[in-house]
Design a protein around this ligand. Structure first.
Ligand code: C5P
Ligand code: MG
Length: 164
């Protein structure tokens, strides 16, 4: 049997003036950011949940409760790297990651390469296996009205070849 696993992640954070806007570990220059217990990196959270989902290992809040003072203001790439280490422990490797960030503004496409490189580094895979897409919400709903930002991610894991 071919041992492959797929995982899906979604996250949503409220927009807050004066907060940092961090996406995939990259700080985007902007007068507002996303609110949350950690650095509220909505993309890192979605990719982390997709990896945990592929392993049926619960969700990010189970591994990193937002009531734990250790994670306050924390770097969400730590959560992502933890999920990657679980993938490896379970004998899988990451085939690819696809993702979408939905934010009405700012324009994010100039940061695509930096975000992809940052995610690829944390995931330990080649750049061409990491996709990051951006969408507005066409000014409709909470995202379109600039009240929140969302991210979605899908991952594919495959059984790593046996060593030796
Ligand atoms: O949402 P919409 O389809 O109008 O987005 C058009 C393009 O604008 C996207 O394909 C993406 O490249 C870019 N975009 C962006 N930053 C955003 C939203 C969209 O760069 N916050
Ligand atoms: Mg989150």
């Amino acid at each position: 049997m071919i041992d492959i696993r797929t995982g899906l992640g979604w996250d949503n954070h409220r927009i807050a003036v004066g907060r940092p806007l961090v996406l995939g570990g990259i700080v985007i220059p902007c007068e507002f950011g996303l609110d949350g217990h950690s650095d509220a990196d909505v993309l890192a959270h979605a990719v982390t949940d997709a990896l945990l989902g592929a392993l049926a290992e619960g969700d990010i809040g189970m591994h990193f409760p937002d009531t734990d003072p250790r994670w306050k203001g924390g770097d969400s790439m730590v959560f992502l790297r933890h999920a990657v280490s679980l993938v490896r422990e379970r004998g899988y490797q990451i085939s690819n990651v696809d993702s979408t960030v939905i934010l009405q503004r700012p324009k994010l496409k100039d940061y695509r390469q930096a975000i992809r490189e940052s995610l690829a580094g944390a995931l330990g895979i080649e750049l061409d296996r990491v996709s990051v897409k951006f969408k507005t919400a066409e000014q409709v709903g909470p995202v379109g009205e600039g009240k929140s930002g969302e991210a979605q991610a899908a991952v594919l894991l495959m059984r790593a070849p046996q060593q030796g």
